[in-house]
Structures are given as structure tokens and as C-alpha cells.
Write a protein that binds this ligand. Sequence first.
Ligand code: GUN
Length: 280
Amino acid sequence: MILDGKACSERRLELLREEIDESGLHPHLATVIAGSDTGSQMYVRMKHRVCEQVHIGSVGIELPADVTLDRVLGSIRQLNEDADIDGILVQLPLPAHIHADQVIRSVRTDKDVDGFHPYNLGLLLSGSPKFAPCTPKGIMTLLAENRIGVAGKHAVVVGRSIDVGRPMAALLTNADATVTVCHSKTRNLPDETRRADILVSSVGKAHVITADMVKKGAVVIDVGINQLKGKLVGDVDFAAVQDIASAITPVPGGVGPMTIATLMENTFLAAKLRTCDTVW
Ligand code: GUN
């Protein structure tokens, strides 16, 4: 089975638009981008386009690559204080001279729709998340929408980043999976991945997950977006692994669209929580 994230995200966005229209709320997302990385600019443009599709208002703050930390923090302070803004997304990576941690920590926790603030990561670890990071949360949605159970399964997550690997492990643990997290210092990666009922790869290297690393019938989730010979490919050698896996996400059209749909859901959640804490 191909896990079609594009189709799943379109269904979710359609429902979300209806919910937003019926709520009477007018959620707003602010994005902050520094520098002129074309990939990041493309992602941010896409986020604004999807905002429009689901009737979420959006504003974009564009800062130059040589922006000072003070100026970035100043922009975020303004957005924190702006009553019209429900969610704030700081597009990563930031220029090397800007301390990303400090910027992430400056975002109000109730507007942190990316879920990267240590407070929100802490809620996730404690088992009661509010804003979970969009990529892993979107993967959980994709699994649920395809009726793929997680409880009792052995999940192996390759990668331990703050935006994907670690929150993915926490979400899977909260959903009663038995979780192994692998990383660059893992001794025998194929031995670990072959034990996975659910394998999530977020390494960022083309085709590092080969057919011999996957158990027959495993569910394979590919978070990687890599260029290989001018083509967009994932971490997983899709052509070889699709015959072994029971379900697999394609790249593109798998996890990526689910990330954006989840950002929209988190933004609406922020609007609901900010407007009426007790009712929702
Ligand atoms: N850069 C690449 N992916 C992401 C993401 O999900 N959120 C943010 N803020 N930046 C990113």
C-alpha cells in the first residue's frame, strides 16, 4: 500500500476549512524567514498558499541574511504581542550567526504552532501534548487515517532531531509503541531497522535505507527530502523497498503534505485555545 499523504492532507484540509468557517474564528499565522535560501522561501510560500485555501489569514516577515539577533527577537516580540496573530512559525534553518535556540524560546508558548519550544516539547514528553511538531504529528495522522495501529508495535526511528526524531519517538511512545531511536553513533543500524514493524527515517541522505534493512511487511515512513541525480528522493530506496513493505510513503507526496496540513491544524488549535480556553 502506498500511503498517499497528498490525498490524505487534501481531505484533512477540506474538513479543516469547513470547521474554521463554522467556528466564526479568523485564525492568523505569521511566518518569519531570514535570508534568501530558495528552498526555505518555497516552503514558506507554500504555507501561505495553504493558509489561503483553509481560510487562515497569514503574514510573512522577511528579514535579510545578515539580520541581527536583536532584530529577529524584536520581530517575534511584536508578533507575540499582536492580538490578531494566533500562530508564529520561524522557518528553519536560520542564518548560522543567529542562535536558533534563543529564537525558538522567544516564541510565546501558546503561539508556538511548530511545537519546538522546550515547554511544548516537555508537554509532549509528559504525555499530554498541546502543540506537537508538525512532521511527526502529521505522520501519526497519516497512520491513523490508514488504520495502521501503533500500540504494541516495535517502532524504529532513525534520526534524533528536535523537529522530527525525538518528538516522533515521544508520539509513538504515547501511542503505546515500543520505540528504538537510532542515530549516527548507532552501532549496527541494519540490525536495528530489521526489527521494526514501523520504520521512520529522517536522516536526510538519499537511499540510506535499503531493502536488506527492512523486515517483510513493515510500515515504512520516509521523512527525507534529498536530491539525487537531479531528482527529489527520500531516505528510502523506494523502488526496492516497496515490494517488502506492507505500506510505504512516497517522496514527494508522502510526509511533506501532512506536515503542512498539521501546521494548519495547529494554527486553528492555537486560535481556539486563545479565544476560549474552556469551551474547546
Ligand atoms: N524547516 C524545514 N522544516 C521545517 C518545519 O517544519 N518548521 C520550520 N519552522 N522550519 C522548517
